[in-house]
Design a protein around this ligand. Structure first.
Ligand SMILES: *[C@@H]1O[C@H](CO)[C@@H](O)[C@H](O)[C@H]1NC(C)=O
Ligand SMILES: *[C@@H]1O[C@H](CO)[C@@H](O)[C@H](O)[C@H]1NC(C)=O
Ligand SMILES: *[C@@H]1O[C@H](CO)[C@@H](O)[C@H](O)[C@H]1NC(C)=O
Ligand SMILES: *[C@@H]1O[C@H](CO)[C@@H](O)[C@H](O)[C@H]1NC(C)=O
Ligand SMILES: *[C@@H]1O[C@H](CO)[C@@H](O)[C@H](O)[C@H]1NC(C)=O
Length: 442
């Protein structure tokens, strides 16, 4: 499902032009834990950090606007000469670390390497070096006749990003998740077959805590698709699989968590069995609720909420786009069936949000059981515009404000979204555009 639509096709050659560079496609979105900062990563290996504008009496309507704070190149394309493989620079995940001093720290990862970045502000510049001049050029030693004491002079605020640590050479397969432990000393990185545990201070050593690689790769039937630490219990984590199951592991039980302590799986409804069953049951994202009591998983057609105390079936199942059930064949042919949608909780765990096609995204209110389909588009991203619920109709006649399943644009998909930790502000990545929507002020 590559996006190559263009409103200006080249008539002479018949080749569609590409509206934006593919490297601009946003591949991850993440608020920091107070929601004041928002980071995005893209296919081109860049990280953009947005900062929320402070409330101001003169411009109350600007409250909550997010402006670019820092942009930096986190990862570069690389080549693995041993395996003759290209390693993409695409940022797969970003995770913020808690703030400990004036600087901010985040982890970013591509398929192979996790990096720890420090983002800091500078508004003073040292001047009056002895051996170099203000532009950094080395001074002719014969002209140095007196010793100077360098001084700090104010300058325009500059935000710098510096790589502090590089955690590499620990993954043979592609990293799909990183998760910071609630002890804030360790984090884990997860690839298709293994999970490694790192100390944030130590880059030359990691511990393998899960390994599902069979001795004979031909016996491989399942891969790990996502993993996350429990928000409060530092010994507990979960990982999800391509077979639709979730395993909860306790690191206190053994060093290598090859024996899960809980196993969550819903047996398939035999009446719904089809060639696509296994593909659509693959879990693309797993998230603990803020409270730590529930788990949420996303598969191709649904989002499920699980109670940690009930392994046999989910507590709640929400249909994201059940109208696609009859279209699985064409979604398989155009590869969309392998799209990996993420899911997020709102700050109080009462609402969940996840993406769909046609730049639609869905919200489910767990208390009222109401759900809504919204659209991220340029029209409704004008300031003060109100998001209008959208409706997809199946077969027969559509009402004027409805859209038919057959006219959905499958190249426009919302895979990555984020919810502010305690306000109704959401960030939605639609290909190369980032939309930030928030509740009306007042
Ligand atoms: C999130 O970012 C804001 C910066 O505007 C900062 O004040 C806050 O401490 C950050 N929170 C954490 C937990 O890092
Ligand atoms: C990792 O690096 C540290 C400091 O450079 C060194 O003391 C330690 O022996 C190294 N450990 C391994 C496993 O290479
Ligand atoms: C794994 O756990 C099960 C049940 O909890 C237990 O019966 C089994 O002996 C364990 N296996 C290993 C290798 O620890
Ligand atoms: C089986 O399919 C129907 C729609 O065709 C759907 O409503 C139902 O939730 C499916 N059952 C399961 C267990 O997925
Ligand atoms: C979660 O969503 C509900 C419903 O929109 C809202 O009332 C509540 O304030 C939200 N919680 C947070 C922390 O954003």
């Amino acid at each position: 499902c590559l996006v190559t639509n263009c409103n200006r096709p080249n008539v002479n050659t018949g080749i569609l032009c590409v509206l934006f560079s593919e490297s601009d496609i946003i591949s991850t979105v993440e608020f920091n834990s107070t929601g004041e900062l928002l980071a995005t990563g893209d296919k081109g290996g860049r990280v953009v950090v947005f900062q929320r504008e402070q409330e101001s009496k003169n411009q109350p309507h600007r409250r909550g606007e997010y402006n670019v704070y820092s942009t930096f190149q986190s990862h570069e394309p690389e080549f693995d000469y041993l395996k003759s493989l290209e390693i993409e620079e695409k940022i797969n995940k970003i995770r913020w670390l808690p703030q400990q001093n004036a600087a901010y720290f985040l982890l970013s990862t591509n398929d192979k390497t996790v990096k720890l970045w420090k983002i800091s502000e500078r508004d003073k510049r040292p001047e009056g070096y002895n051996l170099k001049d203000e532009d950094g050029r080395i001074r002719d030693p014969t002209t140095i006749t007196a010793l100077r004491v360098p001084v700090l002079r104010p300058m325009d605020l500059m935000v710098e990003a510096t790589p502090r640590r590089v955690f590499s050479n620990a993954h043979t397969y592609h990293i799909n998740s990183i998760s910071v432990n609630s002890d804030y000393e360790t984090f884990m990185s997860t690839d298709d077959l293994r999970i490694n545990l790192w100390n944030l201070e130590i880059t030359n050593r990691s511990f393998n805590i899960v390994d599902i690689k069979p001795v004979n790769m031909e016996e491989l039937t399942e891969v790990i698709t996502a993993a996350e630490f429990h928000p409060h219990q530092c010994n507990t984590f979960v990982y999800s699989s391509s077979k639709g199951s979730i395993r909860l592991c306790d690191m206190r039980a053994s060093a290598l968590c090859d024996n899960h302590s809980k196993f969550f799986e819903e047996p398939e409804d035999p009446s719904n069995r089809s060639f696509f069953s296994e593909i659509i049951s693959s879990i693309s994202d797993v998230k603990f609720s803020h409270s730590g009591r529930y788990l949420m998983t996303r598969d191709y057609l649904t989002v499920k909420v699980w109670d940690l105390n009930m392994e046999s079936k989910p507590l709640e199942t929400y249909q994201v786009h059940d109208y696609l059930r009859s279209k699985l064949c064409s979604l398989y042919e155009n590869d969309c069936i392998f799209d990996k949608f993420e899911c997020v909780w709102n700050g109080s765990d009462s609402v969940i949000m996840t993406g769909s096609y046609n730049n639609f995204f869905r919200m489910f209110d767990r208390n009222t059981k109401r759900d809504v389909t919204l659209e991220a588009s340029r029209e409704n991203s004008k300031p003060r515009a109100i998001l209008k619920p959208r409706k997809v109709c199946v077969g027969g006649k559509c009402r004027k404000d409805e859209i038919s399943v057959d006219s959905l644009d499958f190249s426009k998909k919302i895979l990555h979204t984020a919810w502010h930790p305690y306000e109704n502000i959401i960030a939605v990545a639609a290909t190369n555009n980032l939309y930030i929507f928030q509740d009306k002020v007042n």
